[in-house]
Write a protein that binds this ligand. Sequence first.
Ligand code: AVJ
Ligand code: FE
Length: 437
Amino acid sequence: MTREELRTDIAIILDRARKRTSLLTETVSDEELCAQHSPLMSPLVWDLAHIGNQEELWLVRDLGGREPVRKDIDELYDAFQHPRASRPQLPLLSPSEARGYVRTVRDKVLDVLDHTPLYGTPLSDHGFAFGMIAQHEQQHDETMLATHQLRRGSAALHAAPPPPKSAAVGGEAVVPAGPFEMGTSSDPWALDNERPAHNVHVDAFAIARAPVTNGEYIEFIGDGGYSRSGLWSEAGWAHRNASDLTAPLFWRQDSDGVWWRRRFGLVEEVPLDEPVVHVSFHEAEAFARWAGKRLPTEAEWEKAARWDPTTGRSRRYPWGDEAPSAERANLGQRHLQPATVGAYPAGASPLGVHQLIGDVWEWTSTHFRGYPGFRYFPYAEYSEVFFGTAHRVLRGGSFGTDEVAVRGTFRNWDYPVRRQIFAGFRLARDAEQDENI
Ligand code: AVJ
Ligand code: FE
């Protein structure tokens, strides 16, 4: 790729993120932009200016070496200075000030893009800092989408429905025992926690070809899944009781026993063959025990998503190295819901595992930690400060994730009680080495 092609790619990717940010912040009133829809979330106007502030810090000041635009607001938009619940009380930029700020920053960034080498330092190589900032904006766009889902009132966002099922998908794929390369040292925009590439031995395992569906989840509920303590971990059961969990977030059952959900301002019957979404790690784990299975480990998930049985090589996506497309995965807020199981045969892995990328983030059983040889880059607060046992890893991205912000190596993480994120799960189990189904 020439410098000119890379420059154009970066400009397109930054612009795509900004169009998404604009849509998410221009479809509600200024009053709503400043309101808090849940103590778990920032007001949308905080996300907006925080996006601009991160872009200013890394691209205008650090990479570009330019004068600060608004040095005075750094502290307000530092996620570590103020917990989300306290952000509405801060003297934040107004919606129009925030819009003007992000525009000013972006104008300077496009100038930096034209005048900075895209190689020569770790931050500049292959435009890494631009890629990091595009991913950061898209991550907040997904967070803002979750805020939209939490808000009350009539629909503000609209999108076409996802494609219908075009393949019958069920059962499991068996992945044979052996090593595979996990993580990456060469993907130019991979973030610090995806690095470095390292070999991992994975015992033989079976993994579901599809995520768990709403219909399957309703069976779990109907079979007393939420009232049988033996299905839950100790922490999960304590949380189930403290929060009185009885169904996924945004679900309600009518007097005839039919399940309904609220989705971006619409109320609709729960579609049975769509992957379940808005469940916590604890609920996923209880379901798996009920089904006589378990959640995949993070390494199992990545091997299922990347390992090519013909060459033994790890690829970027389940279908190969080519970029995601509308035929391969439900990404990018193109649709505002997961697609039916079987809607993306073109996105399946060689072993026939479907919808690993897109639709719903998938909970794994693995705590979020650094890979062997991990070094934070460029700042410890992106991922290193979250390493430990408090978070579980999620993989694969959701319908709310842009393609720049997900790949076979991408690692997301959250608290095991979180449900407002677009998370579901798929099942796995140990397998015999010679098992074939
Ligand atoms: C990677 C989604 C866990 O939103 O908390 C955004 C991404 N980090 N700004 C988050 C992030 C700093 C992060 N997740
Ligand atoms: Fe952020």
